[in-house]
Design a binder for this molecule. Structure first.
Ligand SMILES: Cc1cc2nc3c(=O)[nH]c(=O)nc-3n(C[C@H](O)[C@H](O)[C@H](O)COP(=O)(O)OP(=O)(O)OC[C@H]3O[C@@H](n4cnc5c(N)ncnc54)[C@H](O)[C@@H]3O)c2cc1C
Length: 366
């Protein structure tokens, strides 16, 4: 309810696990949507607020299931060869609705309690069955989730970042799932089909910018450490690249600070970050991220991808040689430098690094 609260929330958010972050963002978005719908659909707004209270009372974790399979990107939902590629209502009953479709890339879906389904885009008159928002328990009959993950499957000690922080994405299938009326927030009201995703987008982009501010600092730290370990930290082109990375980190954080400093109160008394600063900061940070990764990989050198493993370092026969040849100067042991390369590989150049590069561009609605 104040700019300081908003800032405090963002700082806390950085230390939460992904499923708690998505819960916070998703429920804030639902409350935002309820406020925007109250004038036209007071009964739906009330259902959303009751659902919020239910989640709060029971300490539930919720994920936002928005992104549909979408079929041919040029074709509207109703014109697709397969009518299910956008999630839709296939049956309306007196006590609820039945939905069919799939929601892709849903962060931490399989380990949450609740799937909050929202339309992926604005639906037009004539597309009423696709204008559907509702909440579904993760174990409801007809729900199936296929997981993907960048979590290392072996040699965890060689993956110092992704072995500690990883979360599956779920490919959710709704195979004719019944949703009772009290959990239905939108069922054909096309005028409000974009309200949910729009409300969520702001919170997702703000949270994303907060995370990118942290990642930017980590990229700078890794670049400076590896330059020092390689003995290149005073060479002019290396200094220029590190300076550019510092400017990137500072500009990203400035955008975040400006979004909060220019937050405005809603009629309910909640503070919303500035849309302009939030969107500009998220876009800037995401579009320049790969450039900053390139700087780090340029500064680091080829050992980012070829440094021997921890098991090799510990091997009696070759370990001492690896330690000898990976060392660079007094104070920089071969073991330290090898492990620094492991961190850079994991952060930027392996499964998690690749995931980050795509996620920076696509998450939060792209
Ligand atoms: C790690 C990760 C986590 C995610 N978590 C979630 C989540 O928790 N919940 C959720 O709902 N979603 C989530 N997403 C999904 C994310 O929001 C989408 O990936 C994003 O909106 C892009 O959609 P898409 O992947 O279907 O790509 P596409 O829509 O196919 O987009 C690919 C490219 O085509 C362009 N394009 C597509 N259609 C058109 C068109 N009609 N006109 C012009 N250009 C077009 C896009 O702009 C983009 O450049 C996540 C994504 C990732 C990578």
């Amino acid at each position: 309810t104040s700019k300081d609260d908003l800032k405090g929330l963002l700082e806390t958010l950085l230390h939460w696990d992904m499923v708690t972050v998505t819960t916070s963002q998703g429920l804030l978005a639902l409350l935002t949507a309820a406020a925007r719908m109250r004038g036209d659909h007071p009964e739906l707004a009330q259902r959303i607020e009751d659902y919020f209270d239910y989640c709060k009372r029971n300490d539930l974790r919720c994920v936002q299931a928005i992104t549909d399979a979408k079929g041919d990107r040029r074709v509207a939902p109703g014109g697709q060869a397969d009518p299910d590629v956008y999630t839709r209502i296939v049956e309306r009953r007196p006590d609820g609705i039945v939905i069919r479709g799939a929601k892709l890339h849903i962060s931490s879906a399989a380990i949450s309690h609740e799937l909050v389904v929202m339309p992926t885009k604005n639906m037009k008159p004539g597309e009423e069955d696709y204008a559907v928002a509702c909440a579904i328990p993760v174990n409801a009959p007809g729900v199936r989730i296929v997981n993907t993950s960048y979590a290392p499957r072996e040699r965890e000690e060689d993956f110092p970042v992704s072995s500690k922080h990883n979360m599956p994405e779920g490919f959710i299938i709704f195979d004719d799932v019944f949703v009772p009326n009290e959990r239905v927030f939108l069922a054909g009201e096309t005028g409000h089909s974009a309200t949910f995703a729009h409300a969520l987008g702001l919170w997702e982009r703000l949270g994303g910018t907060a995370h990118m501010s942290e990642f930017a600092d980590q990229l700078v730290g890794l670049a400076q450490l590896i330059a020092e370990a390689n003995g290149t930290e005073r060479i002019s082109h290396i200094r220029e690249k590190v300076a550019e990375m510092i400017i990137y980190a500072t500009m990203t954080r400035s955008g975040l600070e400006a979004a909060i400093a220019n937050a405005e109160p809603s009629p309910e008394g909640w503070y919303f970050p500035s849309e302009l600063f939030t969107n500009a900061a998220k876009h800037y940070a995401a579009s320049e991220y790969s450039h900053m990764v390139r700087h780090l990989q340029d500064i680091g050198g080829g050992s980012i991808v070829t440094a021997p493993s921890v098991a090799d370092l510990e091997n009696d026969e070759v370990g001492p040689f690896i330690a000898k040849y990976m060392a660079t100067k007094e104070g920089i042991s071969g073991e330290y430098r090898t492990k620094l390369f492991h961190a850079i590989r994991d952060f930027t150049a392996d499964a998690y690094g690749g995931w980050q590069l795509v996620t920076m561009l696509q998450s939060g609605g792209g």
